[in-house]
Design a binder for this molecule. Structure first.
Ligand SMILES: Cc1cc2nc3c(=O)[nH]c(=O)nc-3n(C[C@H](O)[C@H](O)[C@H](O)COP(=O)(O)OP(=O)(O)OC[C@H]3O[C@@H](n4cnc5c(N)ncnc54)[C@H](O)[C@@H]3O)c2cc1C
Length: 404
């Protein structure tokens, strides 16, 4: 099978790159081994952990992925990302010029570039409501209720708390591991359960301005929050949960659908295991664990960091297992004994040139690019830029390929 571009990976970065290529008329295929980190993230996308992210990005050292893209291009590509989310039917709020804040499952307010419409968020540290009723399923494990109510109260929001139950949730509660976001969301996909919840809300919410629920509103359906708003005649907002994340899973599914609708192919459940080169060292094809060989003009490595197995570590060091790319940031020691300090291993990753061509033994491979969390030179946790780097570098690589 022959494509313009084969992208190895199935997460946020691979999907963004694939969609940008496909909507510009390129034949793109994704080789996607397993679940991506979108399934665990709360779908609140961080560009950079500063009130004005673009100003902070302009100061970054040249080794940082954003510095390779350039701040003006980061701004332009942030606009492209919002457009792609819209096309995929993912409704987001936020701008690259000024971060807003979103509440976390443990009641902290965190800097954010784009969040899913309907998640509790604040601009300039102010929420746009004064009273709220928080509804949480009895025995629910994925948010810290008392931290959330006290955070809201500190922000001047009068908050009441109601634990609720529904017959289907009582059955699930017999198994404690079932009281997780995904199983509650599956229950709320059913009309009878949603109606039962709406009656509880109407009865218990008093005169609270907004109703808050953990982000468990529908797994297979997208309009559950809006339907609940109509049934209760209230504004309904969501609190992000601990992983697994319903909104993250839904966002990934929506991006996959958009990519396939544009003609993109996904080889799901395939792991790229080997590659073939021509006499100039350019990649001509990759072969997958299911013995499928895919040929292309360009290849993009978007296999993620340690969690996606894009990077592997042992006592000898860190490596990128597929192409054996050069690694930067693998300084010793790789960990800091203080677990609250930024961990040095988070800065490890594949070394690339200014256009994100992968370096092998110091030399760039002309038709092989890397994007997303496999890149080195930045710390996604400390800088709050995991999703931002995944998206911006993916779009930058896609545009380089389009203009090639
Ligand atoms: C728990 C958690 C919470 C997070 N929260 C936030 C947040 O709130 N805000 C934020 O901005 N960022 C957050 N992030 C970071 C952000 O989600 C990631 O940086 C981003 O999604 C990385 O995307 P990626 O596509 O580069 O990699 P991944 O999502 O890791 O995807 C890589 C994919 O490649 C596949 N793969 C690996 N090897 C192969 C192979 N050989 N062949 C085929 N496929 C392969 C993997 O199976 C995986 O599907 C969070 C991350 C985690 C883990």
């Amino acid at each position: 099978m022959r494509y313009d571009t084969v992208i190895i990976g199935g997460g946020l970065s691979a999907l963004m790159c694939g969609i940008e290529l496909a909507r510009n008329g390129k034949r793109a295929a994704l080789v996607a081994a397993g679940q991506s980190t979108m399934n665990f993230s709360s779908a609140s996308f961080g560009l950079y952990n500063a009130p004005e992210p673009l100003k902070a990005i302009a100061q970054l050292p040249q080794s940082h992925p954003y510095a390779k893209v350039g701040v003006e291009q980061v701004e332009a590509l942030a606009g492209v990302a919002t457009e792609i989310f819209n096309i995929a039917g993912i409704s987001t709020v936020g701008s690259a010029e000024r971060n807003h804040k979103v509440i976390t499952p443990v009641g902290q307010m965190r800097e954010c570039w784009l969040s899913i419409d309907g998640v509790v968020s604040a601009q300039d540290d102010k929420l746009d409501f004064n009273s709220a009723a928080l509804f949480v399923p009895e025995g629910f494990l994925d948010i810290y209720t008392s931290f959330i109510t006290s955070a809201l109260q500190q922000m001047g929001v009068m908050t009441s708390l109601c634990h609720f139950s529904l017959p289907e949730l009582v059955v699930r509660r017999n198994n404690p591991t079932e009281m997780r976001s995904v199983s509650v969301a599956r229950a709320l996909d059913k009309e009878e359960n949603l109606r039962a919840l709406a009656s509880i809300i109407v009865r218990e919410a008093g005169d609270a301005e907004v109703v808050l629920l953990p982000a468990t509103l529908g797994f297979a359906q997208n309009d559950v929050r809006e339907r609940l708003e109509r049934m209760t005649d209230r504004r309904v907002l969501m609190i992000p949960t601990l992983p697994p994340s319903v909104e993250g899973v839904k966002a990934e599914r929506a991006l996959r659908r958009a990519f396939e609708k544009m003609g993109g192919a996904i080889f799901a459940g395939h792991t790229a295991t080997s590659y073939q080169t021509d006499e100039n060292g350019e990649i001509v094809s990759v072969t997958t664990s299911k013995d499928v060989t895919l040929m292309a003009e360009n290849f993009v490595l978007a296999t993620g960091s340690f969690i996606g197995r894009g990077l592997e570590a042992d006592r000898q060091g860190v490596c990128e297992p597929l192409f054996g790319s050069d690694i930067i940031g693998a300084t010793s020691p790789l960990t800091d004994i203080d677990i609250y300090s930024p961990q040095p291993f988070m800065g490890c990753g594949v070394d690339v040139d200014e256009q994100f061509h992968i370096l092998k033994q110091g030399k760039s491979v002309d038709n092989l690019y890397a994007c997303g969390s496999i890149l080195g030179g930045y710390n996604p946790v400390k800088e709050g830029c995991g999703a931002g780097v995944a998206i911006i570098t993916a779009l930058s690589v896609a545009q380089t390929i389009i203009n090639r």
